[in-house]
Design a protein around this ligand. Structure first.
Ligand SMILES: [Zn+2]
Length: 200
């Protein structure tokens, strides 16, 4: 289902793919991600949780300093369909504030990814009118799926990508085992295809 105003993929004409990382930053995983991206001269987009930004401010600053784009993923990761509108707005604002405290926001649109991709239309409307661009995805790596082998995660993700794809990974403990195999595989695959790995 395509809903206007949501980004499901980036510009296709550029021969770029757009890798995104949700739920970080955390010291156990994010440094690995940053090192991989640097090795391949790749840029990415990090949808950070406010609580992790507060706990790991230096990692957050490093993401920005290395030229990646940051977006918000709320403060505590609520499911939009399970909390009321007011509580959700508060979560969004707390998440964004955690980022703004460290690095003041620019004039660029505020990128926001709803946890679980779940939103009520009233929440989407509120986000839009408060300057947020909602970013969904085209390719789920499945790195959060404990039943998926790292090799299958890597193979499935490479198979699904095309120019313009927005791909979801997680810099989280749950995803770590699969991410550590699938991310290098996707970066190598993109290189082979001649695609640029770009930030949104
Ligand atoms: Zn998430």
């Amino acid at each position: 289902m395509v809903r206007p105003g949501f980004w499901w993929h980036g510009p296709e004409t550029k021969n770029s793919i757009y890798i995104t990382f949700d739920d970080g930053p955390i010291p156990e995983v994010t440094p690995f991600v940053l090192a991989q991206l640097a090795t391949h001269s790749a840029k990415a987009t990090f949808f950070c949780l406010g609580k992790n930004v507060d706990q790991n401010p230096d990692l957050y600053r490093q993401i920005v300093a290395e030229g990646h784009t940051v977006g918000s993923h709320t403060y505590n990761h609520p499911n939009g369909r399970k909390v009321d509108v007011q509580a959700y707005h508060q979560e969004v604002e707390m998440g964004q504030a955690a980022q703004d405290r460290l690095i003041p926001r620019s004039d660029a649109p505020l990128l926001f990814r709803p946890p679980y991709g779940r939103l009520r239309s009233s929440q989407a409307k509120w986000l839009k009118s408060n300057g947020y661009q909602i970013v969904l995805w085209e390719v789920l790596s499945g790195d959060f799926d404990l039943n998926l082998s790292p090799a299958d995660c890597a193979a499935n993700t490479c198979k699904a990508i095309r120019p313009g794809s927005i791909i979801v990974f997680h810099d989280s403990l749950k995803a770590k085992d699969r991410l550590e195999v699938a991310l290098p595989a996707v970066l190598a695959y993109a290189e082979q295809q001649g695609w640029t790995v770009a930030a949104l």
